[in-house]
Design a protein around this ligand. Structure first.
Ligand code: PXL
Length: 287
């Protein structure tokens, strides 16, 4: 194989044909970050399942093992594997095998356990998916759950409301006790004015928070935009807190643009107009 010029990632996620989430977000965002991104689709849908009725759903579980084994046989190097929405609980076993195989070549493992939000599982999912995603989180270098997913990964009830820093740190520590090396917890807020994330690195014990002004509404796909920028930052040599801030700013700016356009919240955010600036930010030394 010829020399690899760009950092290379493999995104393991679904293709929701319409609605700007999963791979239709991860691929353009990571490209803008200068990351070559292969993809292993977990399912193909006509739209995502968040509040849109009548979607098609093709589960690709049967293809996934052969897919990654072909890449292994070709000797392809990945700087990162990035998993998100799974099309079936069985896929967690396949992705765990894939993680183990590529971990040997030093790939960073980033898991976005995309399965729930606002205290509820996504359509068709239940605690079996939480157990599958928890297995992947246990192998990961970085996990990016929202507050609902964090509770479900820990087998706890989701408790809505204002966050307390001591409790956030405890959630992160307990997620790391499952095996993850570092956690970026999204949806964190200490009042109604701001929203953001906190990160915890189990190696150093460092805990950081980054907030932006809250934009009203519950727009779809922001978790995917967030996790993709976070990975882009890490693969461009940024630290975890720096990457967390880049991701939060990018999501916030996308939300502000989208809000002013007045589009349907289910149709995702205008991240496209932020990609050029994101490319520049990735190349800058300072965040
Ligand atoms: O953005 C998360 C997500 C990903 N993939 C599918 C989804 C959702 C959220 O609803 O339905 C198919």
């Amino acid at each position: 194989m010829s020399e690899q010029l760009l950092p290379r990632a493999a995104a393991i996620n679904d293709i929701s044909g319409f609605g700007k989430c999963s791979l239709t977000v991860a691929l353009p965002v990571l490209s803008a970050c200068g990351v070559e991104t292969a993809c292993l689709p977990t399912a193909v849908l006509s739209t995502h399942t968040g509040g849109i009725k009548g979607y098609t759903f093709r589960d690709l579980t049967e293809d996934m093992r052969a897919f990654y084994q072909h890449w292994l046989a070709l000797g392809i190097h990945f700087d990162a594997l990035y998993s998100g929405y799974l099309g079936s609980v069985e896929q967690a076993d396949i992705v765990a095998e894939m993680f183990a195989a590529f971990k040997k070549q030093g790939s960073l493992l980033l898991v976005d356990p995309a399965m729930a939000d606002h205290g509820r599982y996504y359509a068709m999912l239940d605690q079996r998916m939480a157990r599958g995603q928890a297995r992947l989180c246990a192998m990961a270098d970085v996990i990016v759950p929202n507050l609902t997913e964090a509770a479900f990964l820990l087998g706890e009830e989701y408790r809505p409301g204002i966050c307390v820093e001591k409790e956030l740190r405890s959630v992160c520590e307990r997620l790391c006790a499952l095996g993850a090396k570092a956690v970026v917890l999204t949806g964190v807020h200490f009042d109604q004015e701001e929203l953001g994330a906190c990160c915890f690195d189990s190696a150093t014990g460092a805990f950081d928070v980054y907030l932006t002004p809250r934009v009203p509404g519950a727009y779809h796909g922001t978790g995917d935009v967030y996790a993709s920028v976070l990975l882009g930052g890490l693969l461009n040599g940024k630290t975890l807190p720096e990457s967390m801030a880049l991701a939060a700013d990018f999501v916030y700016e996308s939300l502000v643009r989208t809000r002013s356009q007045g589009t349907d919240e289910r149709f995702g955010v205008d991240f496209e107009h932020g990609l050029a600036l994101l490319s520049q930010r990735m190349l800058r030394r300072e965040v």
